[in-house]
Design a protein around this ligand. Structure first.
Ligand code: FAD
Length: 359
């Protein structure tokens, strides 16, 4: 049976902040829903990764949610209520947004592979197949948790989980939890879990606490460093490697209480816990990996965009355009992996892609 491909000009993959911003700008530039562009998202509901964030992440503990273009967050949510859960508030905002602008989002549909044939991209999914002249990939990182596999991984009798599976601290009451990782999520969640049960913190490197306030200027400097890396074709680095861990009042309190006493990374996982090279062991019920996420790009593998440095060389105004193929943009990638970055990236990507495709 011949395969049937639905022809469009541009396919946007992912309907988080980055995909929604791109969709808004495509529409604003006059591209029609359907034949002009579609947005494919593998979730059942609106919200991108935000619908999966843990319950204690509230509007007071997030780093900040930037407005999407054309509609304020505060238009639909009581943003002054800082106790609002981010996993409820942000998906609601996106839901209103999608409806207000009548964005052509198809869900749930998962893009399995993008290939190229006769100057068009074939977008294979677990539903309808698409053929497009350009692709804006906005698939975020949530679907690709990163967990280093330590020796003995499969022997452990307790529970191992990644940040992406965390719901709340109560599930660990009465258990000894080893929290792995030196990033912001590790520190925040360690703070939370240590109030209800016994914890041990392990990190590969000495945590990089920095006694400064995280100002917008420092934020811009951090973004500029990631921007430079991806333009050189290097893989984007982790946020904490650029910003360190600014000592906020919450972190100061944890340091004073001794919660942030850290042990070096263990060498092996054993049935009952972990073991260091010198033979010291520690019993544990849970190993909680806060070891980050990677950009979800597996479906683009056939396009061979990755270079020998393990990165994708990026170009364009905000480094969203793939240097090797200007018909592909990655938004929410590298320097635009924040709600504010994703927003701006959507606009820049649409402008540049429409120029390349002469739309
Ligand atoms: P996502 O929101 O992940 O959206 C991507 C969408 O694509 C998802 O719906 C996903 O299911 C879908 N998708 C993935 N693969 C496929 C596929 N193959 N086919 C179809 N659909 C697919 N940034 C901030 O600005 N402020 C914060 O406070 C903040 N806090 C954060 C906290 C945590 C714990 C983490 C991990 C990140 C945080 N960030 C924060 C960064 C944040 O991830 C980005 O800001 C932004 O929300 C990501 O948007 P996105 O559109 O790139 O990705």
């Amino acid at each position: 049976q011949p395969e049937i491909f639905y022809k469009v000009d541009i396919v946007v993959i992912g309907a988080g902040q980055a995909g929604l911003s791109a969709a808004y700008h495509l529409q604003k530039q006059g591209l029609k829903s359907g034949k002009g562009f579609v947005v494919l998202d593998d979730e059942f509901e609106s919200g991108g990764a935000w619908q999966h964030r843990w319950d204690s992440l509230t509007l007071s503990t997030v780093n900040g949610i930037n407005d999407l273009p054309g509609m304020h967050f505060s238009d639909v949510m009581q943003t002054e209520d800082l106790e609002l859960q981010a996993n409820i508030a942000v998906p609601k905002y996106y839901e209103y947004y999608e409806k207000k602008f009548n964005l052509p989002i198809i869900r749930p549909i998962r893009v399995i592979e993008v290939t190229e044939r006769k100057n068009r991209f074939l977008i294979r999914t677990n539903g309808i197949q698409f053929s497009a002249r350009g692709v804006i990939n906005a698939t975020g990182t949530w679907k690709t948790p990163h967990c280093p596999r330590y020796s003995g991984w499969e022997k452990f009798k307790g529970r191992q989980l990644h940040t992406g599976e965390y719901k709340n601290a109560e599930e660990f009451i009465g258990k000894h939890v080893i929290v792995v990782g030196g990033g912001i999520s590790a520190v925040q969640l360690l703070g939370e879990i240590s109030t209800v049960t016994e914890t041990t913190w392990v990190t590969r490197r000495q945590p990089d606490f920095r006694d400064y306030e995280f100002t917008p200027e420092l934020g811009r400097e951090a973004v500029a460093m990631v921007d430079k890396r991806v333009r050189e074709g290097l893989p984007p680095n982790s946020v904490v490697s650029v910003t360190g861990l600014p000592i906020t009042p919450a972190i100061k309190e944890m340091l004073d209480k001794g919660i942030l006493e850290r042990k070096p990374m263990f060498d092996e996982i054993i049935e009952t816990g972990v073991r260091w090279a010198d033979g010291t062991t520690l019993k544990a019920d849970v190993i909680f990996w806060n070891t980050g996420f990677r950009h979800s790009l597996d479906h683009l593998k056939s396009l061979k965009l990755t270079n020998e440095k393990g990165g994708i060389e990026m170009t364009g105004k905000l480094a969203t355009q793939v240097a090797k193929d200007p018909r592909i943009h990655l938004t929410g990638y590298g320097p635009s992996a924040s709600t504010i970055g994703a927003n701006r990236a959507g606009r820049a990507a649409v402008k540049e892609l429409m120029e390349v495709l002469k739309l």
